[in-house]
Write a protein that binds this ligand. Structure first.
Ligand SMILES: Nc1ncnc2c1ncn2[C@@H]1O[C@H](COP(=O)(O)OP(=O)(O)OP(=O)(O)O)[C@@H](O)[C@H]1O
Ligand SMILES: N[C@@H](CCO)C(=O)O
Length: 302
């Protein structure tokens, strides 16, 4: 039996729309054993357990089958125990984790026949968002770049003196819908706004310049539009800025809001954040400290 574990990811990090992503210490873990050919059983525990399919319609098996076909690998029957800590459709890369786990499983069951570049290529093709898939697979904070069919990336460590807090609402948002609400054209001014910030942000990460990082997080491409669908986002961000506490960004396409803080959040800080969200109608909210992860795929033989 093998165990594969993949971290959640937060894509975009403000100005890095479709480019930046970072692995977090929330995991999707599968224990996989081969069984009779053509049998596919998955038992889901944790997030999504009430509604994720437990047969071959599950994204995990759909991914396994696609890759086995592309690569001409034998179609093995599989029995899987899945443990999911990543809330689904909340902008924390749950589908990227599930797809990456399937890709890593296929690789492991076929004598590690795939390179990391191939694994990223397949996973990104199925998931559609390399900014989630790359950090899920390699960990850290990553910059994704597409060049035709090819995907390139750079990986950096994040800051150990920025405290991350995920504010995870009960409601879900579909990535597809949250992409549809974005404009198809942007002014030159907005493009330069984001280009300058992403360059400055990556430079600040490279130099571990925390204040430079906070200065450059803002965005004109997606947050002004998506923020309107996440009641409380603008108010919480405004509060953190006003108090000098840090910044807030929309994680992936939402609904999660990721706080990036200079100091660890206090109990009263959490209460204030809950209150700001509640005033805008978001009442069922999980506020959770999270950490960035330097490792992506983990595989164990059990
Ligand atoms: N752990 C999982 N197991 C099986 N299917 C999953 C799992 N996670 C996500 N999915 C599938 O992917 C869909 C959610 O994809 P979506 O891209 O909207 O959300 P997400 O990956 O959680 O968030 P985001 O991509 O915005 O970070 C679900 O409806 C489900 O079909
Ligand atoms: N960069 C993608 C990530 C989707 O999770 C988006 O924001 O739409």
């Amino acid at each position: 039996m093998i165990e594969v574990s993949i971290p959640a990811t937060t894509a975009n990090l403000g100005c890095g729309f479709d480019v930046l992503g970072m692995a977090l210490d929330i995991f999707y873990t599968v224990r996989v054993q081969t069984i009779k050919e053509n049998q596919y059983i998955i038992r889901n525990r944790g997030e999504g357990e009430r509604y994720l399919p437990e047969d071959e319609r599950n994204l995990f098996f759909r991914t396994i089958k696609k890759i086995s076909k592309w690569k001409n690998f034998p179609e093995l029957g599989l029995e899987v125990e899945a443990f999911n800590q990543i809330p689904v459709s909340r902008g924390l890369g749950s589908s990227a984790a599930c797809i990456s786990a399937a890709v890593a499983t296929v690789n492991e069951l076929n004598g590690r026949a795939l390179s990391i570049e191939e694994m990223i290529h397949f996973a990104a093709q199925i998931e559609g968002h390399p900014d989630n898939v790359i950090p899920a697979m390699v960990g850290g904070l990553t910059v994704a770049m597409k060049n035709g069919e090819q995907i390139h990336y750079q990986k950096f460590p994040f800051f150990d003196n920025i405290h991350l807090v995920a504010c995870i609402p009960e409601y879900t948002l579909s990535t597809e819908e949250m992409r549809r609400i974005l404009p198809s054209d942007y002014s030159r001014e907005d493009v330069i706004f984001n280009l300058s910030r992403i360059a400055y942000l990556v430079g600040s990460i490279f130099r571990q310049d925390r204040e430079g990082f906070f200065t450059a997080l803002d965005d004109a491409i997606h947050q002004p539009f998506r923020g309107q669908k996440i009641p409380g986002f603008f108010e919480v961000r405004g509060y953190l800025r006003e108090k000098g506490m840090g910044e807030a960004v929309i994680s992936g396409s939402g609904s999660t809001v990721l706080l990036m803080l200079r100091d660890p959040i206090t109990t009263s800080g959490k209460e204030k954040i809950s209150e700001l969200f509640a005033q805008k109608g978001t009442k069922d909210l999980i506020i959770k400290n999270v950490n960035w992860q330097n490792q992506g795929i983990r595989v164990k033989q059990l």
